[in-house]
Structure formats: structure tokens, C-alpha cells
Write a protein that binds this ligand. Structure first.
Ligand code: GDP
Length: 211
């Protein structure tokens, strides 16, 4: 990621030092919360480390997990970060054995959300550093391109990969993203386990929040 100033890092720290609260989980779009705040969304394959990343960002152990109880995974969970930013945690995708109707339901929910959410500022698509891009990630890039919703790739679990291969992965994904209309060119590299890249991602997100 590009060099960030001390001021930007401090703005990110301050934003995420504030209270973050679970608002609601939506299984259907009729239940969406009002889009009065700027919003960001997190998407990623199941097990990519999405709950861990959200929890690392807000500095809470179980914020995302508490709402991700089994059976409630096919819903969008909304969190309010101190009245300055809404965080949407999209349901994980890419379950190996997901039944077809589940996949269709997921696609309908996420596609409609992305197409209609005027307050959405940026979607963060999480990709496991060990696995790189999968077909399901490319499918969500496509969905975001079509919806004209800007998005940024965030690599997770960077502690699991050596710097050499990690650098090559960033380069390869960067090249691929350059062919996508709505993709943000910078790739965030993070480890929720070690805390790497978390302050930088907070700073990046703070630029999207209300002052
Ligand atoms: P989700 O299904 O995308 O919400 O994924 P989780 O946050 O529940 O994480 C899935 C698994 O990956 C768990 O076993 C986590 O402990 C592990 N994990 C998440 N983030 C990291 C990380 O930064 N480093 C390492 N080594 N493991 C991680």
C-alpha cells in the first residue's frame, strides 16, 4: 500500500478507537438499514479471515463472530462505527459443498445489495494470502464491476506466507486488477494474527468515514 502520513494513521486509530455496535443482520433486502451513513463492505470466501479482520480493525474479540452464528451466515450483518461509518459484513462465499439454491440466494442478496446501495463507498474483497484468487473471487470482481461499485483487494493471513511469494502474489493480483474497471489499484496486505497492515487499513477506511 502507498505510504501513509502520521496524520492519516492517527485518523484511522481514532476512528476505530470509538464504539462499534452490531445494528442488524439482513437475510432479505427489505430489512436493510437506512443508508444515511457512508458505508463500506467486506466480502470474501468463507474462512478467508473476514471476522478476524473486522474484529482486529475494531479492536474487539468477538464483534463479527457473535453475529456469524451458524445458520445466520446467509445474511448481511451491519455494524455502526460511532455514527461515522456503517460496516457491512457480507455473507462468505465459495463453500465447496453449498447447495445450488443457497448459492443462488447468496448471489441474489449480494447482487441486489451492491446494485442498490447508494451509500456504499468501497467494498473490500478479502483474499487468503496462501490461496490467491479463486474463481469465486473473480465472480465477485465481475459483480462489483457490473454494479460500478469501487473495490479493493485485501490479502489476509500474510503471516502464513514468506515475503518473496507474498510480493509476487501482490504483483500478480495487481496486474489482474488493472483489467477491472471498478478495482482500486492498491492491495492491502494484512495479518489479523500479527496485526500487520491493520493500522494502514484503518487509515484508508478513515478517509471514507464522516469527519
Ligand atoms: P471467516 O470465515 O472469513 O470469518 O474467517 P475467520 O475470521 O473465522 O478465520 C478463519 C480461520 O483463519 C480461523 O481459524 C482463524 O483463526 C484463521 N485466521 C484468521 N486470520 C488469520 C491471520 O491473520 N493469520 C492466521 N495465521 N490465521 C488467521
Amino acid at each position: 500500500m502507498a505510504e501513509l502520513s502520521q496524520d492519516a494513521l492517527e485518523a484511522g486509530r481514532l476512528l476505530f478507537a470509538q464504539e462499534c455496535n452490531f445494528v442488524l443482520g439482513c437475510a432479505s433486502l427489505s430489512q436493510l438499514p437506512e443508508d444515511s451513513l457512508p458505508e463500506i463492505a467486506f466480502a470474501g470466501r468463507s474462512n478467508v479471515g473476514k471476522s478476524s479482520l473486522i474484529n482486529a480493525l475494531v479492536g474487539m474479540k468477538a464483534l463479527a463472530r457473535t453475529s456469524n452464528t451458524p445458520g445466520r451466515t446467509q445474511q448481511i450483518n451491519f455494524f455502526d462505527l460511532s455514527g461515522r461509518l456503517m460496516i457491512a459484513d457480507l455473507p462468505g462465499y465459495g463453500y465447496a459443498r453449498a447447495p445450488k439454491d443457497q448459492v443462488q440466494k447468496w448471489t441474489r442478496l449480494v447482487e441486489t445489495y451492491l446494485k442498490g446501495r447508494a451509500s456504499l463507498r468501497r467494498s473490500f474483497v478479502l483474499v487468503d494470502s496462501r490461496h490467491g484468487l479463486k474463481a469465486t473471487d473473480r465472480a465477485i470482481f465481475e459483480m462489483l464491476d457490473v454494479a460500478a461499485q469501487p473495490y479493493q483487494v485485501v490479502l489476509t493471513k500474510s503471516d502464513k506466507v514468506k515475503p518473496g511469494p507474498l510480493g509476487r502474489l501482490v504483483e500478480d493480483i495487481g496486474k489482474e486488477l488493472a483489467t477491472h474497471g471498478a478495482a482500486y489499484p492498491d492491495i492491502a496486505v494484512t495479518s489479523s494474527a500479527k496485526g500487520d497492515g491493520i493500522a494502514e487499513l484503518r487509515a484508508e477506511i478513515a478517509t471514507l468515514a464522516l469527519p
